[in-house]
Structure formats: C-alpha cells, structure tokens
Design a protein. Structure first.
Length: 622
C-alpha cells in the first residue's frame, strides 16, 4: 500500500469519525441494546482471549491462564476482529445516539487500523503494531510476568492455585515467543541490534539457582492470615518445584536463544522505515500513537519549535539561579549535587507521599468531579534497573487501587527536584485521575472505560505537569527547572523519534541531542533512545497530546471569556474516556457550544426576571 494511499485513508477515517460523533437530530435516540450487546460480547471475548489483560482490569476468571501466541491463535484473533468489524458496519450511525455513535466509530477505526497493520505482515503470525517484537529492554516476559504477579489477587489458597497453574504455562508461552522471534528472523522483522544489548542481563533474576530471588516467587514470601501454616508450606513447595524445574529452564532456554541466535541476527540499521513494511509501517505507527494525520516531517518541525521555546524558558530560569555556560552542564551538575540526592528508597517514597497529600487537597479547585478509586505509591522491585516510573491502573470494578510505581533503586538518576512533576504525571492529576475517572463512567461500554490512546493519555499526563503552579507546586525554582526538563524531554522526542526512523539519525546522534537539551544522565538517555528504536512512534504522543489539550483550553477560554470554568473544562476533557485527538477536538467544540447555549439561556432568564421585577414594582402605584 502506498504512503499516499495510507494518508488518504487516514484522513477519510478522521473525517468519518468527526461526522459520526456529531448528533444528526435534535432528539437523541435511546441507547441501542443490540450494539451494547455486541460491545459486551467483544469485550468478554477479548478478556478470555487475553487473560493477562483480564487480570490487569481486575477480572479474575482467567487467572490460571496465559495468552496463546500460536499461528492458529493469531489467525483466530484476526478472524474474530473481521467478524466484529462486519457486525459494527451493519449498524446505521444515523439511528444511534451520540455516545453509541462515538463507541461504534472508535471500535471501527481501531479494527480498520489493526487490519492495515496486519496487512503489512502478510501471512506472518504477527498481530498488532509490535507483534513481531516479543522481547526488548522495556517489554517481554522479564517485565510482564512480574507485573502480572503484582496485579493478581492473593486472598486465599485458590488464588495461589490459579497462580501456580499460570506459572506452569510459562514454558509453553516462552516456546511460543521463541517461535515468533524465529519467524521474525526468517522474514526480516527484526529490531535494531544496538537497542537490544541490555536484554540478556535482564533475565538474570529468572535464570539463577536462587528461587527466593526470582521475582515470580514474590507472592509466596507473604501469605494472608487465613491460610494456615501447613497450607503455606504446601504452596511454597509447589512454587519452588514449578519455578525450579520448569520456569527457570524455560528462561534459560530463551536467554540462550537470544544470545546465540536472535541478537546476532538483529538489524544493523535503526529506522523502522528499513523494516519489510517500509515507510508505510512507520507512518502507521505515527498515526496510531498520535491519532492524527501529521507526517513525520510535520512532527519533526513541531518538535524543533517546542525545543527552542522550552530552551529559552530554561535558560532564563538558569540565569536567575546564577548559572552560566551550557544548559546541559548546569543541569547535570545539579543532578550530581548531593543536596538533591536520596540515600535510601524509603526517603524517596516518603517525599512522594508528602507531595501527594498536598496535591490531593488542591484537586477540587481544578475538577468538578473526581474519581472515587484511591491510589497508592510503592517502590519497584530490586531488579528494576533504570526503568522509568509508571502507573499501574486499578481494577475496572474498583476492587484494586491504582499504584504509582516509583523507581527506588536508581537513586543516582532520581534527584529530588524531579519528584513534583513526576508525581503529577503518574498519579494525580495525571494517569491515576484520568484512568480512574474513565473506569467509573458507567454509561460507557467497558472497552471505552478501559480504553487507551497514547496521545490522549500521555498528553493528559504531560498537561497535568503544567498544572503544578495551580496546585501549589514548583515553588522551589529547582523543581520548576525539573518540570522544564521533563517537558523538554517530551519535545525532544518529536525530533529524535522522527530523526531515527525517517531522517537517518544514528543512535549516538540521538543520545547526544537528548543529553545536550535535557541534561539527563547519559545512561538514562541511552535507554530512552533504545525505547524509541523498539517502539516507533510511541514517544510522539506525549507532546502532541499536550499541545492539543492546551490549544483546546485556549480555544475554550477565547470563546467563553469570563464564563470559562476550568473545573468544568477539565471534566469535559475526561468524561468521554480516552479519545483520539481528532475526536477530542470535536467533542470539546460541542462542549463549548453547549456552554454558550447555557449562558444564553441564563442571560435570557435574567432579562425576564428583571422585566418581571420592574412590572411588579410598578403595580402598586397604578
């Protein structure tokens, strides 16, 4: 498929989405029960087909299973997706109410995009944008299985039994992943070799003889009081057996395969446009992660503009702090300054929790409604390395809180002046507030309450960082500088990701650009670049999403003037769940029009009251 044709299809899809989201009649039809049933059947099928995702959203029915990745399973998923798409297209959008039209349009758009991606693979057993990338520095079983264990409930012996059954399936799952990696080797769908060097060492905790050090054994280190000592001993023995005799050898085999066969076969080239799918693959990645039709060149130019703007603000602040010389050198010196270092992980966690308490108290000033689901702050495992901080969503039914996962192991690269902006991004008013709010919107189908778009979700979280002053943060200029550096990183991503995949940049060139502009440690920056190489386009969503939200806010402020209510605007952004940026634009414009109509009715009512009051006042004088 030509690049021009792909872009044309994208533009048509976006226009169709906007039209589908716009009410066609004044009177809204009732919710369509048949469509709701289709959404629910699809959701239930997806939970059963992807047991890990079911666990993460709090559905425990499939906690004894792992996803099947055989060619037959991939073919089955593609057939199911095609059947759902055909069923959705039989519904007439003109007969649906607004939310049903949005839901139908969103699912159709995603299924069509997935089909275009799958078409690039041909007959290969890959599904999804990164289906051929089973293992990498930031993804793979070495990351996903421990996260799955943390998300699983361990309330009674039955929960442990389910987990043991899931562990017993790990060898088969790893064999399936090796088979997919071999298919990639045969077809040329291979990652850049330079980005994969750190992967084998990440398997050390799973391949060593010490079962207690294996992250997958963690649930057996503490039991709920309801489980008696003899039962604990039995479960511990079963875990040691399956981990030692089955899981450990499977990880050893996967690591041996990676070192001996896969990594030597990986590409010497870097760009995603050098993969068998060509430039069309990267443009699809950009489209999926940004939910826009912007070209790589447009994204690159936006990045350059933003980098220049933020650099000027950073330089002005550095001068106020008494700094001189290159920006990167000043920031690097601050990051190495013992004044801003934590000596222990628990000190960092306490600092994060203190910030969270202050922010929580201020949130009602900025939001008309807040989610009920609580969140916690906890440290990552000892083997986290330099993994980035992240948010783990709570259960869809509210049975499990959300968690901000803080990296308490790489203290040398986590200065205290980065904490405020990081908390705002990962917890509140960032990921936790947005995701938990979406989960609690009961009028939406489950796939929307649990939906995710990088540009929307990460764009919101980056926008949330900019709310720091309104929440009483960034009073220390060093924290303000940390926030600028965070924003600078996201702006640089627009330049670097497109530079690597569309404009021939080298890995060293990308690392140098990030170090020079952000002042982040070179090791952290190198891991960032590897992430961009292995997840083409993903890093673009943050800044583009934030820019869109800020533009929509400016549009609303200009249109509504003194009647603009920031609290209501924020909830208007959140209360449809995650949306593509194109559709978000349409929905906010509808909200602005509704606010204007409401203001007009209020003004008219006020005039009527004033007229009536005057007549009443004159009445007794007649």
């Amino acid at each position: 498929m030509s690049i021009t044709r792909l872009l044309a299809k994208a533009a048509i899809a976006v226009a169709w989405l906007l039209a589908a989201a716009t009410p066609l009649t004044a009177a809204e039809p009732p919710p369509d029960r048949a469509l709701a049933a289709l959404f629910e059947r699809t959701h239930q099928w997806q939970l059963q087909d992807d047991p890990e995702s079911a666990t993460f959203v709090g559905d425990t029915r499939y906690n004894d299973r792992l996803t099947e990745r055989t060619p037959a399973a991939v073919a089955r998923r593609k057939a199911q997706a095609a059947a759902v798409l055909a069923a959705l297209q039989r519904f007439d959008a003109r007969r649906l109410n607004t939310q049903d039209r949005i839901s139908r349009a969103l699912m159709i758009e995603q299924l069509q995009l997935d089909a275009q991606i799958d078409a690039l693979y041909g007959a290969l057993p890959f599904a999804g944008l990164g289906g051929w990338q089973v293992v990498g520095p930031q993804h793979g079983p070495q990351h996903e299985l421990p996260a799955l264990a943390k998300a699983s409930p361990f309330r009674d012996a039955r929960d442990y039994e389910h987990y043991l059954k899931r562990l017993a399936q790990v060898p088969g799952a790893l064999d399936e992943q090796i088979a997919m990696l071999r298919a990639g080797m045969r077809s040329g769908w291979l990652p850049a070799a330079e980005a994969m060097a750190a992967v084998p060492a990440q398997f050390d905790p799973f391949t060593g003889p010490d079962i207690d050090a294996n992250p997958l054994y963690a649930p057996f280190k503490s039991f709920p009081p309801a489980i008696a000592a003899p039962e604990r001993a039995r479960l511990e023995a079963a875990a040691r057996s399956v981990l030692g005799q089955r899981v450990r050898p499977a990880f050893v085999a996967l690591r041996r395969f990676l070192e001996a066969e896969y990594l030597p076969a990986c590409r010497a080239t870097l760009a995603a446009s050098q993969l068998p799918g060509g430039m069309a693959y990267y443009e699809l990645a950009v489209r999926q992660h940004t939910t826009t039709t912007q070209s790589a060149r447009q994204v690159h130019e936006t990045g350059l503009t933003e980098v220049a703007r933020i650099a000027a603000e950073m330089d002005a602040l550095i001068r106020r702090l008494g700094g001189s010389g290159p920006r990167a050198d000043f920031i690097a010196a601050l990051r190495a300054d013992p004044r801003f270092r934590f000596s222990r992980g628990d000190e960092m966690l306490k600092a994060y929790r203190d910030i969270a308490k202050r922010v929580d108290a201020e949130l009602p000033k900025l939001f008309a409604e807040l989610p009920r689901l609580p969140y916690g702050i906890r440290g990552m495992e000892a083997n986290a390395g330099d993994a980035a901080e992240h948010y783990t969503p709570g259960a869809l039914d509210g049975s499990r809180a959300g968690f901000f996962e803080a990296n308490v192991t790489s203290l040398a690269t986590r200065p205290s002046f980065d904490l405020e902006n990081t908390l705002l991004h990962e917890a509140v008013p960032g990921h936790h507030l947005q995701i938990a709010r979406a989960q609690e919107i009961r009028g939406l189908p489950a796939f929307r309450r649990n939906g995710w778009y990088v540009a929307y979700g990460e764009g919101w979280a980056l926008y949330a960082e900019s709310l720091g002053p309104a929440l009483g943060l960034y009073q220390d200029p060093h924290s303000r500088l940390g926030a600028y550096a965070s924003e600078m990183l996201r702006a640089c991503r627009l330049v670097v990701d497109t530079g690597l995949h569309a404009f021939g940049w080298t890995r060293a060139q990308a690392i140098r650009y990030l170090v020079d502009h952000t002042g982040y440690h070179v090791d952290y920056v190198a891991s960032e670049v590897d992430r961009y190489l292995l997840q083409p386009g993903q890093a673009l969503g943050y800044k583009l999403g934030e820019l869109k939200i800020k533009a929509l806010r400016a549009q609303a402020e200009a249109a509504l003037g003194a009647r603009f209510d920031l609290r209501r605007f924020h909830n208007a952004l959140l209360d449809d769940g995650a949306l593509p940026l194109t559709l978000l634009q349409s929905r906010i414009e509808e909200w602005i029009a509704g606010e204007q109509r409401a203001a007009g009715r209020t003004a008219l009512a006020g005039q009527t009251v004033r007229r009536g009051g005057s007549a009443t006042a004159r009445g007794p004088g007649r």
